[in-house]
Design a protein around this ligand. Structure first.
Ligand code: NAD
Length: 593
């Protein structure tokens, strides 16, 4: 490090500032934290005391260590107390005028070598830097929420930031046990640029009542393994902060997908700022509490059984691929009599063999009793004749994702199945209503979008078309519960909930790579360590398959006609070149054969 940095200042002790103070104090730095008035200082102190206490109760720190951390922190309302600081990090609300004023003030106060950093999520660091006489010593130091937990830090280098300043800030970040990545000064940097379009889209889904807040959040948690759903995350970020970030990103990039969802503005105006105010998309026990309490929007658990359903004793599954085999296993394990239809005796036998292998594996791992395995297998029979589905109560089709093939199948099922039988499709991208229209009873057609591997993934999207009868949706939901799955309900729109929220984000990551803003490795690290995603976008794209991803993105683009949904040219080119991801040995990365 070219300068000695031991004395830290933090301006603003809100959601982020309080966490940042704690992070530095934990790593042995001497920290002065400042906020505008006494009440805000006390609120900040409360934050820090509670958070460090939590660490003690969770056994992550001893009481002595906690005391030592608190002893290293001084909180103040007086700017003069920051005069001797080596590095000051600003974390006041996301407003340029306010930040510029604070930087002007700090610039006059601190020593000539001191570094000034902003925790801004979206404002131009350059705009803030030029408010000072030391623009070369101004950087972005963008922590993630909650700062004590998330390891990622974006170090933002403007065109005038000095290299030694960037290097010093990187080493400070490393000394905090964080993972710094240096990025250029572009609204949203890496993580927020990829995150906020997705969050905004989720807010729009909520606003248009496409799905409930609980279903949107459950879908992304269970369908993508995210640590939080988007609406709960918006509440954690703070709706006022989220609004400002989106507004800035929109103004800089003019991407309609960043135009803040009107519901955000309305909630902020009404004082619903998320967790910090006790109410946002959800209602919390108290301001700053993570505990969600029931409110007017909380769905009533359908425990009274009043919603009418149709009996489901026997089901049919059409198809012999990965999804069909998984779905058959799920039904069998739930003890539901299942007939599956494959095109040829060889395929019937292969499905049976795969099913046996999978159940045997579960027994070997101690996850299934031998008797339960035998009982499950006894529930299942295979056939090559669709006519054998004449007496089932519900059919799930999981044949190839081709509208013509599925339409012919639905026409046939319409002829064969008994009146009142429910016809379900697992399609992930075709309109369910097209299949409903191929039958005489469109009210009996529903989407049951299982996720791969169906045996493991808990989520099922239950998709109703404009024609689907209520009792059919209720039956599908009740069936999912019986299968031990978590159903979410949504309308018949391209991508349903999960793919509509996931793929545009993946596509944006490709565009960011194409624009040479960051490397695939840095982008993957940002999303994993900054947002807690189980995989980075490029890892995920390579696993899903670039051809599959491109097809989904095209479907979304064609349905919504959002310019921002247009598939990234790089994705198109990789598919054209045959670099389809892991399965081809090469996608965004190369894999050993
Ligand atoms: P916040 O509203 O929770 O806290 C802001 C704090 O600044 C408050 O305590 C407020 O009293 C104080 N403040 C206001 N005016 C001040 C002044 N003149 N002098 C000193 N203190 C003043 O906001 P936040 O969510 O902590 O966001 C702070 C910054 O961090 C923003 O730039 C935001 O974009 C960024 N950020 C936020 C998140 C997040 O998830 N919330 C994550 C990373 C970065």
């Amino acid at each position: 490090m070219s300068r000695e940095i031991t004395r830290i200042g933090v301006v603003g002790l809100g959601t982020m500032g309080a966490g940042i103070v704690e992070v530095f104090a934990r790593s042995g730095y001497d920290v002065v934290g400042l906020d505008a008035d006494e009440a805000a200082v006390e609120r900040g102190r409360g934050h820090i005391e509670k958070s460090t206490l939590r660490a003690v109760t969770r056994g992550k720190a001893t009481e002595e260590e906690r005391q030592a951390i608190l002893d290293r922190i001084r909180l103040t309302e007086s700017f003069d107390d920051l005069a001797d600081r080596d590095l000051v990090i600003e974390a006041v609300p996301e407003r340029l005028d306010l930040k510029r004023t604070i930087f002007e003030q700090l610039d006059k106060l601190v020593g000539p070598d001191a570094i000034l950093a902003t925790n801004t999520s979206s404002l131009s660091v350059t705009d803030i830097a030029v408010a000072t006489q030391r623009p070369a010593q101004v950087v972005g130091m963008h922590f993630f929420n909650p700062a004590p937990v998330l390891k990622f830090v974006e170090v933002v280098k403007t065109v005038v930031t000095a290299d030694d300043v960037v290097a010093d800030v990187e080493s400070v970040a490393r000394s905090l046990d964080k993972l710094p990545v240096v990025v250029g000064d572009k609204a949203g940097f890496i993580a927020n640029a990829l995150l906020f379009g997705y969050l905004n889209h989720a807010a729009n889904m909520f606003e248009t009542k496409y799905a409930t807040r609980e279903d949107i959040d459950a879908a992304m948690k269970l369908g993508c393994g995210l640590p939080m759903g988007p609406l709960a995350l918006l509440d954690l970020i703070g709706l006022d902060t989220a609004y400002e970030i989106l507004d800035t990103m929109y103004k800089q990039g003019r991407d309609r997908l960043h135009a803040p969802s009107p519901v955000l503005k309305q909630m902020v105006t009404a004082g619903l700022r998320g967790r910090k105010s006790g109410r946002g998309f959800y209602t919390y026990e108290a301001p700053n509490s993570p505990v969600v309490v029931d409110d007017a929007l909380t769905p009533t658990v359908d425990g009274d059984g009043s919603a009418p359903t149709r009996p489901v004793h026997k089901v049919g599954v059409v198809g012999s691929g990965t999804m069909a085999t998984g779905i058959i296993e799920v039904f069998a394990k739930a003890g539901i009599e299942t007939v599956y239809v494959a095109r040829g005796e060889d395929k019937v036998a292969r499905v049976r063999a795969n099913l046996e292998r999978s159940l045997d594996k579960a027994v070997a791992r101690g996850k299934l009793e031998q008797e339960a395995r035998d009982a499950a297998l006894a529930c299942v029979s295979g056939t090559t004749q669709l006519d054998d589905l004449a007496d089932v109560d519900l059919v799930v089709e999981a044949v190839v994702e081709d509208l013509a093939v599925k339409t012919v199948l639905f026409e046939a099922l319409d002829e064969i199945c008994k009146p009142g039988a429910i016809l379900a499709t697992t399609t992930s991208s075709l309109p369910v209503v097209d299949l409903a229209a191929a039958t005489r009873f469109p009210q009996d057609v529903v989407g049951l979008h299982f996720f791969n591997p169906a045996q493991i993934m808990k989520l099922v999207e239950v998709v109703s078309t404009v024609a689907t009868a209520d009792d059919v949706v209720n039956t599908a939901v009740a069936l999912c519960h019986r299968l031990g799955k978590h159903p979410v309900t949504c309308g018949d729109r391209a991508g349903f909930i999960v793919n509509a929220l996931l793929f545009p984000y993946l596509n944006d990551a490709v565009k960011m790579l194409e624009a040479n803003y960051a490397t695939a490795d840095d982008i993957d690290i940002a999303m994993k360590t900054g947002c807690g995603y189980p995989m980075g976008p490029f890892e995920l794209l390579d696993v899903v398959g670039l051809d599959v991803s491109l097809a989904i993105q095209r479907t979304l683009y064609l349905e919504f006609r959002e310019p921002g949904f247009a598939p990234a040219p790089r994705l198109e080119h990789l598919v054209t070149a045959g670099y389809l991801g892991k399965k081809a040995g090469r996608g965004f990365r190369a894999y050993d054969a």
